[in-house]
Design a protein around this ligand. Sequence first.
Ligand SMILES: [Zn+2]
Ligand SMILES: [Zn+2]
Ligand SMILES: [Zn+2]
Ligand SMILES: [Zn+2]
Length: 510
Amino acid sequence: MEGLNEVLFRIVENDQDGKHLIAIRDIPAGKVIFSESPLAQGPSPDHPNDDDICIICLSELEHPKVCSNCFWPVCSSECGRSSRHKMECATLAACARESEEDLLPLRHLLVMRCLQMKHRDQYSWEKLLDMEDHHGVQTLIRNIEDELSDMDRMELKYFIRESCGMGIKSELDIVADIVQSSSIQVECELQEPFPAVYLTGGLLAQACVPNTVLRFDRDQKYLLSAFSGRKIAKGEKLTFCPLKNLIRTGTRERRRKLNKRLINCFCDRCTDPTECQSHSSAFICQKCPPSNHGGQRPGVILPRNPMADESEWACQICNYTMTSDTADKLLHRLRDSLEATKCEDSEVKFKDFLRTNRDILHPNHYLMVACKESLFNLKTSDARALDISIADKLEAVDLGLDLLKLVDILEPGLSEMRGKLLLTLGTTLQEMLSQEIMNRMESPDQAELDERHIYSAFHDALFCFEEAKKIQRLNKTAKGREVYSTIKSSIHVLKDMKRDFEKSYNSGTN
Ligand SMILES: [Zn+2]
Ligand SMILES: [Zn+2]
Ligand SMILES: [Zn+2]
Ligand SMILES: [Zn+2]
């Protein structure tokens, strides 16, 4: 029996990690560790247009509509009269826009809503302040100049103090830091992602190979469920990374992005020059002689200290070194060449990049991976899947299997990324198999794959679907459950196909 209220974690605090969560028993993969509703949410800071989104439910507005009291955009009288809006309506009424061209500072609403807790919900307010510096030694310490040049923070302060007239001083920076470093991006189907503050989820420790997976349910007011993404041992820290597409990042770039969230990551991936043996940032050494078999050169160039921006880079074999400046310039040039290439056919462009740079970048370098992933997505897109050849599908499968090896290191277990990849890979294998079997039924001369190949494709496809099913199970939304049952029936179809193929193959050879 699965205990519904079994407590799996507790909050602890130490100098190293600040306030954080640890497992108090061994947790198998795929278990709900905790669920909670957000304390507050707000429009995304990246939202481009300010009057086409309801500030309460965050849904898009087809026609501009505003609250008749504060004149901020709301979708319906339901949202306008909600208790959540009542709390802020008077405050917002004081800072309605002065002219049509004025943009409403939607991006500051989340901090404003958190600050409102002070006089409305003492319990939540104290819990919120508990999140201060909870990243421990991973909290980024900013110098005065950085703080003074932070225009966004200046504007936020002006909005809160002057426009809203909220008499909050000392806690303003604390709460703004908490929102910046610990808010969580909520991602739901058919909705633009937006930030929200969760009082327990916000305490997850930062790591770039996290052990939890977060899911959100739009129909349950953005309830967050934190699952164990893999087996977690008793005493282990519960970790999370706010960045997406972790296989497409290298330590320097990833740490820069995390710095913007006031996090200075010291995780196992960030401190290891090989990034857990993924070699996501590695260059291939041009000074090492090519290996005997004419294959790739053996040496890879890695930063001596990946945490230091000025660190020297060195070849692991011949000790050739380059400055961080040279490494940066090389990388910029390659990234520019990838982004600038104007080519009608993206497939040609990505293949060109992979070919031209295979002697410069490690095959797992994040720029190579970005190319491989785009190529894989292109080849497996719905529009393309129908009419591409078996050879094309094989190429997509090889790309997918290659990416899967990397995902298994950097986003292992039940991560969303791994789920998506496995599902696409399984589907492509299944389509390839049915195409091959149909061709063979028409005429045996049309066989393109040998039997060994077909059996291994069946094996891989079943593996992909079974794994994808475990991951899809975590998605409890209506759409999520629909995909889950599609995967289940794909497994049935595949097993039937395999049985039929075995039968006809055996009768054919006997
Ligand atoms: Zn609304
Ligand atoms: Zn209002
Ligand atoms: Zn890290
Ligand atoms: Zn070398």
